[in-house]
Ligand binder design. Structure first.
Ligand code: P6P
Length: 330
């Protein structure tokens, strides 16, 4: 008998005291939007949705048509959820205020609607990433305080990787669970319950074209992995250049993904709120680790919604070895 993501979440929700159907209805909005995106991606060049949209987003990136479609799909489906107080999107400069009634607008949803979209035209995996916070109820009820929460306060996080199959991975704080979209019935069906990241993996994943701009300790660390000095065999390299795909492989096979700081960008390239934090939550729930170098990603206090961070995520063995190397290099 199959278990859909909705059934799985409701079963989980029963174990969370103050949870109501509101949260599963919220997640349902996200999964619906990803099915709309998947349908477009699946058509590839046969749909009218490949190529550039002809505008530049807040990140200064040329938007692809699918970036805009994915963003609009999420804004539409989540906009219909009464429980959403505010939405934050990689594609939009400012948060979108929705239901500010503190009695009903209980959640903040933060998302990268289509990460890695430059890969679409070459038929490479792309992904949707989401992070969910509970609204902070305080006397001043400052919605900004509810939006700029550190990652350890997330109530849920997940991603969908669109590839040979379409896979949803999420955590609501009780382990990491994977679902595969069954196109015959249009439902995400449980395929990997309680996913665990291997203690150590065979791969490192990074864009080493940037190696000359990194702090030297990162070059020395990767050379150590290549020589097999962390125990086990010498490492192999895997880099897809699509964060969700590189992360998903690391979750399943183990190893380490790195986007280090560089002289080009001291704070790295990846974004804290809708890339690093949600993937860090999943990594930790699966037994892995996620740091910016010295500091745990989920302990970082965000200063603004699009801030960037160096991002190293993966198996405990590799991340701890990097932190040791950084401490010794100080
Ligand atoms: P680089 C895609 O543009 C992205 O945001 C992530 O999906 C990916 O991990 C990273 O950038 C790749 O960056 O500099 O290696 O091309």
């Amino acid at each position: 008998m199959i278990t859909t993501v909705e059934q799985h979440l409701l079963k989980q929700q029963r174990s969370v005291s103050d949870a109501t159907g509101t949260f599963s209805w919220l997640l349902n909005g996200i999964t619906l939007a990803t099915k709309m995106v998947e349908a477009k991606i699946r058509m590839g060049a046969l749909s009218d949705s490949l190529g550039a949209y002809g505008a530049v987003n807040v990140q200064g990136e040329h938007q692809q048509k699918l970036d805009v479609f994915a963003n609009e799909a999420l804004l539409h489906t989540l906009g219909l959820r009464d429980s959403v107080a505010a939405l934050v999107s990689e594609e939009d400069e400012l948060p979108m205020m929705m239901n500010l009634d503190p009695e009903r607008g209980k959640y903040i949803v933060i998302f990268d609607p289509l990460d890695g979209s430059s890969n679409i035209d070459v038929n490479v995996n792309v992904g949707t990433i989401f992070s969910i916070h509970k609204r902070v109820v305080s006397d001043k009820d400052d919605i900004e305080e509810s939006i700029l929460q550190p990652g350890y306060k997330q109530v849920a996080a997940g991603y969908v990787v669109y590839g040979p199959s379409t896979v949803l991975v999420y955590t609501a704080g009780s382990g990491v669970h994977g679902f595969t979209l069954d196109p015959r019935i249009g439902a995400y069906v449980l395929s990997n319950e309680s996913m665990k990241m291997p203690e150590q993996g065979p791969y490192y994943s990074t864009n080493d074209a940037n190696a000359d701009t990194w702090p030297p300790v990162y070059r020395e660390y990767l050379a150590m992995l290549r020589r097999g000095e962390l125990g086990g065999k010498p490492y192999s390299a895997r880099y897809i250049g699509s964060l969700v795909a590189d992360f998903h492989r690391t979750l399943l096979k183990g190893g380490v993904f790195l986007y280090p700081p560089s002289t080009k960008s001291k704070k790295g390239k990846l974004r804290l709120m809708y890339e690093a934090n949600p993937l860090a939550f999943i990594a930790e729930q699966a037994g892995g680790m996620a740091v910016n170098g010295p500091t745990r990603i989920m302990d970082l206090q965000p200063a603004h919604i699009h801030e960037r961070t160096p991002f190293i995520v993966g198996s405990r063995r590799e991340v701890e070895a990097l932190q040791k190397a950084l401490a010794e290099a100080e």
